[in-house]
Ligand binder design. Structure first.
Ligand code: UD1
Ligand code: MG
Length: 439
């Protein structure tokens, strides 16, 4: 049976002290909300509903930019988690199958855990994700009999005895969609917070003689973000997990704790990442490539056997073919670098195509911007670009051409030509260097 997913993202997130809705704060280059949506990818939800409220327009735009099939519904007033889920009732009226409720500010629930919950639903009407809390604080407490959940008690409403329970509610809940909305219609706001609690559902299930099962997970998976400090902690957790995963799939990190990943970084087998490398979103590094120390990569593709850095910057649209060399203090943007080509020192290559086997000398600049518009530079195969060359785009250099050091190229160069700017070198004898005055 197909699954549905409901992600709650209406809360204000007051403790973030931010003008931006909480779920749009980012970890590893993606908003919390997107991490939450991605964590549930394994459910292959037929319908995904995001419940928005505070900053609804911005939250909806982010959700739809990520996945245009998401249905956004607004919760005009934040009257509790149960009330929030109810807002999805209409959108899921025709859905026949389980519905999973996740929080938009809880990014790390794993696919395995959600699979366990789906499995639990085969023998129970409702499944709730719980965890043993190191510090149970103000979490809802799970009152259980074995794996059977009798009810959830919110901290505000709990007795001393109930507060002593350490098995806590993560907030993730799954139930048959029809049953869930049926039960929610019975929930009242007669409690300490004056809210409609989603957590009243298991108690109602029990009253009907049905079963709610607890599925347990590691506390780290339930890590929610409520403050700036939580966000920093969550980022650190993400990085630790990403580093481990990269090594598990065969990438070598020389100093893992100094490498920063984006949410979507892909590293092939046997590639090596030296210390202090930062990956922005959209990077793929293929098998056997080497990213040397202090490099920054974003929106780029590095093919097999390429070597990047140290101190290189690859910006969006940098496309490096096999065995390319990009060396220190080189910036590449929106440029394809052909197989085996070298750009080894102190260069800017933007809006360009560089042919296979071409050597770009130190201090070469593609002058791609005239102050208003951008233009392309095209360099053929096996070209030798001398040091300190400026290529004033739009301009083309044919295959096999040679550009002398210190040339400003502003006209196209035909295949095989040598180009240079006429400059004279004058020598004068008898010059005396100035000497520093004594006070
Ligand atoms: C909730 C649970 C608690 C659990 C804890 C785990 C309830 C009543 N309590 O408490 O048992 O231990 O999470 O973190 O469910 N939201 C809306 N609309 C609302 C209210 C909330 O969209 O009207 C969203 C929030 O944006 C947030 C999530 O639901 O993403 C949880 O809300 P929050 O107010 O943080 O619930 P807690 O009090 O932490
Ligand atoms: Mg909370």
């Amino acid at each position: 049976m197909a699954n549905a997913l409901i992600v709650l993202a209406a809360g204000r997130g007051t403790r973030m002290q931010s003008d931006m809705p909480k779920v749009l704060h980012e970890i590893a280059g993606a908003p919390l909300l997107i991490h939450a949506l991605e964590s549930a990818r394994g459910l292959e939800a037929a319908h995904t509903v995001v419940v928005t409220g505070h900053g609804a327009e911005a939250v909806e735009a982010a959700a739809l930019a990520h996945d245009e099939t998401v249905i956004c519904v607004r919760q005009q007033e934040q009257r509790g988690t149960g009330h929030a889920v109810q807002q999805a009732a209409e959108a899921l009226a025709d859905h026949d199958g389980p519905a999973f409720v996740l929080y938009g500010d809880t990014p790390f629930v794993t696919a395995e855990t959600l699979a366990k919950m789906a499995e639990a639903l085969e023998g129970a009407s409702v499944a709730v994700l719980g965890f043993e809390a190191e510090d149970p604080g103000k979490y809802g407490r799970l009152v259980t009999e074995g794996d059977r959940l009798l009810k959830i008690v919110e901290w505000k409403d709990a007795s001393e005895e109930e507060r002593a329970i350490t098995l806590c509610n993560s907030g993730v809940l799954a139930a048959d969609s029809g049953l869930l909305f049926d039960l929610l219609a019975e929930v009242t706001d007669d409690n300490a917070a004056g809210e409609f609690y989603l957590t009243d559902v298991p108690g109602l299930v029990n009253e009907r003689g049905l079963v709610t099962q607890v599925v347990r997970c590691d506390e780290a998976e339930t890590l929610g973000v409520n403050s700036r400090a939580d966000l920093a902690r969550a980022s650190a957790f993400f990085q630790t997990r990403a580093r481990t995963q990269a090594m598990e799939t065969g990438a070598q990190l020389e100093a893992p704790e100094t490498v920063y990943f984006a949410h979507d970084t892909v590293l092939g087998r046997d590639c090596t990442v030296e210390p202090n490398v930062v990956f922005g979103p959209g990077v793929t590094v293929e098998t056997g490539a080497r990213i040397r120390a202090f490099s920054h990569l974003e929106g780029c593709h590095v093919s097999r056997g390429a070597i990047v850095g140290p101190y290189a910057r690859l910006r969006p649209g940098a496309e490096l073919s096999e065995d390319v060399r990009v060396g220190n203090f080189v910036e590449i943007k929106a440029a394809e670098i052909g197989e085996g080509a070298k750009v080894n020192h102190l260069s800017y290559v933007g809006d360009a195509a560089i042919g296979a086997g071409t050597n770009v000398g130190a201090g070469t600049i593609t002058c791609n911007y005239d102050g208003a518009n951008k233009f392309r530079t095209e360099i053929g195969d096996n070209v030798f670009v001398g040091s300190d060359t400026q290529l004033v785009a739009p301009v083309r250099v044919g295959a096999g051409a040679t550009i002398a050091a210190g040339t400003t190229v502003w006209k196209d160069v035909a295949d095989g030509m040598l180009v240079l700017n006429d400059k004279t070198q004058t020598a004068r004898a008898g010059y005396v260097r100035p000497v520093k005055k004594k006070s």
